[in-house]
Design a protein. Structure first.
Length: 320
């Protein structure tokens, strides 16, 4: 049953049955009772955990048909230092890559991707992959990206190297490990600027987004954030910037306005655009000399991803 996900598991009507009582009385080992209790009281949780450990699980996606809506995937990749690949191929990734490609195609600017890689963790992040069994609905937004992501998950290749060597092959790719240490971070972004060279659109892909006051540089968890001073350093070197930002648990419209104003004011950008998807916010700060080209890029995003991305323009107080 561990490899079969389409049959619902039923909870027994009575968890403390006569059979269970007899087993408890006749056995001197408490482990017998524990096994009976676990399997009787919480069978869904018990079986879900066992399925994750199965070497060839079949994940059933919400909204899909009972027979054909299973995409075989191997278990989550092991923790590997310097690589946060568990997100690769989920719905947020699909939209992200589509937005990047549309912005580059519309603006004509060189693209650089700063992956801000961190170790995988044991969270359940990166499991929003149900769109891959609905090609009639999702493939039309970016056929090339969709086909590559679906093929990669079928082969259990959840790694950003797939993107870097296929549909983002023309972009500069900064794949070094990101630390929480201030000196190491300074070297990290210096290496990024050396790689990028010519004025470009630089995309930052932190785990969480822009830094928060409770996690200053140097503290545990700082590697999951990009800080405004780091963003300003890249922007000041002549590059337009795009940042991946998870929505926190607060009103999204207010949060979006505050973040856009904060970024625009700190960088002195002529305007800031926010691209909102159901789960993620992208914050675009153009250089003045790139503003017209990136406006064309935003039009390309709107055309390709209609219904999936809401675009808003913000003019910070310091903007011209």
């Amino acid at each position: 049953m561990y490899g079969e996900a389409s049959s619902p598991l039923r909870r027994p009507k009575r968890w403390w049955s006569a059979a269970n009582r007899r087993a408890w009385k006749s056995s001197s080992r408490s482990s017998v009772f524990i096994v009976i209790l676990v399997s009787s009281v919480r069978p869904p949780l018990y079986h879900m955990r066992a399925r994750r450990e199965c070497p060839c699980e079949a994940i059933r996606f919400a909204g899909a048909g009972r027979a054909a809506a299973r995409l075989p995937v191997a278990p989550r990749p092991p923790i590997v230092a310097g690589m946060k690949n568990q997100y690769f191929g989920d719905i947020n990734d699909y939209r992200k890559y589509g937005i990047l490609r549309a912005l580059q195609a519309g603006s004509g600017l060189p693209l650089a991707v700063c992956w801000m890689l961190t170790p995988n963790d044991e969270s359940t992040a990166g499991r929003k992959t149900g769109y891959l069994v609905e090609p009639e609905r999702w493939r039309r937004y970016d056929r090339e990206v969709y086909d590559v992501l679906r093929g990669s998950l079928l082969q259990n290749r959840r790694t950003i190297e797939v993107a870097a060597h296929s549909f983002l092959s023309s972009a500069v790719s900064h794949e070094d490990y990101l630390s929480r240490d201030a000196r190491e971070r300074a070297r990290y972004f210096a290496d990024l600027l050396e790689k990028v060279g010519e004025p470009s659109l630089v995309f930052f892909d932190p785990d969480n987004g822009l830094g928060v006051g409770s996690k200053p540089i140097g503290t545990i968890g700082a590697e999951r954030y990009l800080y405004l001073e780091e963003l300003a350093g890249v922007y000041g070197a002549g590059h337009s910037c795009l940042v991946y930002q998870h929505f926190p648990r607060e009103r999204r419209d207010r949060y979006t306005r505050e973040r856009a104003s904060e970024v625009g004011t700190r960088l002195g950008a002529p305007w800031v655009a926010t691209l909102a998807t159901p789960h993620v916010l992208f914050i675009l700060a153009p250089r003045r000399e790139h503003a017209e080209a990136l406006t064309d890029g935003l039009r390309q995003v709107k055309e390709r991803w209609s219904g999936q991305v809401d675009i808003w323009m913000h003019r910070p107080a310091s903007g011209g």
